[in-house]
Write a protein that binds this ligand. Structure first.
Ligand code: PXG
Length: 454
């Protein structure tokens, strides 16, 4: 199972472009140090199973599932076929006051997979859009129940909720916020939970910090609960370097939200679809949010798609007023896009066939063991893990934060392993089909490279 093609069968000298040397000028790249990239580009041209190949035919192990999204591995036949067949059968169908059968078929399957109680699903095209949708749903829900003054949104420092204005407002990454003006008003933030002094080298959930959930009580005291619509957190913060919630933290957040009538939103764009060894992080922690965002693994990264899962009771509050009136004035041209729905159905089938949504639990012990073999490696100040997510935090070079990890990233890529870095934190999130040999290759490459970087 999960055999990659013979590397020799991959292209060995593919041209950079069919019409000659590739012109890198016109494409304004996302989240990229563009000038540096264009002076030494790293391109990927082919993918299968656990691997990418560069245009020159060099094989690269994918230790990050693309961008935390290719959970079943690359180019899985059922997904590829589902997309191709759908493109032939019907390329697009309007989604406002119209629909196509697969959108309903998929919704039924998705809510069956979702944590109990999250009975409704609203489609978007990305995680960022899912976040905006969930925030709007929360505010509109309270208004529909006659509590229109509940508009305040609470995020968390070091949270990442995509790049749109709502998402960066509740998000907690200064670099993503500071250049874009005042953003949404009426937003406040919990402190983050990352505490290396107390929790360094923890395996699984860190022991210290559950009391940080009490920040929500402090914010309630400041603004009054009657003004607060929702709290949004990633159960495990991914983008800012795998910040794992302290034992008991999410349970406390849930209890405080319940006490004050505040909706709890879990942003499961990364943690959804098996990343922690359970279908969703909500299952892992036994804490059910009121709204849950997802994307990435929903289609195995093959066609853009996101979703918001909502409690039935939240949805039902909207279903009042005259029947000919749109109850929730929100949606996208490509909500429930037929290719995305087909890709997602193929993805769910692949996950089910191979038990991938729980495979992470089986692989987590050897992943943890391998990761923590780096505890004593040069520059390493923390190693942490949960399910099939791991992080290796490096001491920053004075005056050049992020440089050391980026050097590790570049060298690992040259040595055939794709990792992800954020600041001086290396993140690993392999496809859920990963085998021990892949883990060993990734970790031994990182160990070797850590010995070489300054
Ligand atoms: N919420 C969370 C928790 C995410 O991780 C988004 C929302 C936004 O999703 P879209 O589909 O709009 O990108 C994300 C995205 C990284 C990395 O390397 C993480 C993301 C995206 C790109 C890179 O950590 N997460």
């Amino acid at each position: 199972m999960h055999k990659d093609p013979n590397p020799a069968a991959a292209p060995t000298s593919a041209p950079l472009s069919a019409s000659g040397p590739l012109d890198l000028d016109a494409f304004w790249m996302p989240f990229t140090a563009s000038r540096q990239f264009k002076s030494a580009p790293r391109l990927l041209a082919k993918a299968k199973g656990m691997h990418y190949w560069t245009p020159e035919g060099r094989q690269v192990l994918d230790a990050v599932a693309g961008l935390w999204c290719v959970n079943a591995g690359h180019a899985r036949p059922k997904i590829v076929r589902a997309i191709a067949e759908q493109a032939e059968e019907m390329d697009f169908a309007p989604g406002f006051n119209m629909a196509h059968p697969k959108s309903f078929e998929l919704a039924t399957k998705l809510v069956a997979l979702a944590p109990k109680g999250l009975d409704k699903v609203f489609y978007t095209n990305s995680g960022s859009e899912a976040v905006e949708t969930a925030l709007k749903m929360a505010i509109a829900y309270h208004r529909a129940r006659g509590e229109g003054q509940r508009t305040r949104l609470i995020g968390r420092e070091r949270g990442y909720h995509g790049v749109n204005f709502g998402g960066i407002s509740v998000g907690g990454i200064a670099g993503n916020r500071k250049t874009f003006g005042p953003m949404l008003g009426g937003v406040d933030h919990l402190r983050h939970t990352h505490d290396l002094k107390k929790n360094a080298f923890a395996r699984g959930l860190p022991a210290h910090g559950a009391e940080l959930a009490e920040d929500l009580e402090r914010i309630v005291t400041l603004h009054d609960a009657s003004t607060i619509a929702a709290v949004i957190v990633e159960p495990v913060a991914g983008s800012t370097g795998v910040l794992i919630p302290p034992k008991g933290y999410l349970e406390r957040l849930r209890a405080i939200c319940d006490k004050h009538g505040i909706l709890l939103i879990f942003d499961e764009v990364i943690t959804g679809f098996g990343r922690l060894g359970t279908p969703f992080a909500a299952d892992y922690f036994g804490v059910t949010p009121d709204l849950m965002t997802a994307a990435k693994g929903i289609t195995n990264g093959c066609v853009p798609m996101g979703a918001v899962f909502a409690k039935g009771a939240i949805h039902d509050v909207f279903m009042q007023g005259p029947e000919h009136v749109v109850e929730f004035p929100h949606g996208y041209t490509y909500s429930a896009h037929p290719l995305a729905c087909a890709a997602s159905l193929g993805t769910l089938e692949t996950y089910a066939d191979e038990g991938l949504l729980t495979r992470g639990a089986k692989m987590a012990p050897s992943f943890e063991h391998a990761l923590h073999s780096l505890d004593e490696s040069p520059h390493v100040i923390d190693v942490r893990n949960i399910g099939l997510v791991g992080a290796i935090e490096l001491e920053s070079v004075a005056e050049a934060p992020g440089k050391r990890a980026f050097d590790v990233f570049r060298t690992c890529f040259e040595r055939g392993v794709l990792i992800r870095t954020t600041g001086d934190i290396i993140a690993l999130s392999p496809p859920l089909i990963v085998e021990d040999a892949h883990i060993d290759q990734a970790i031994s490459t990182i160990a070797d490279v850590l010995k070489t970087v300054a």
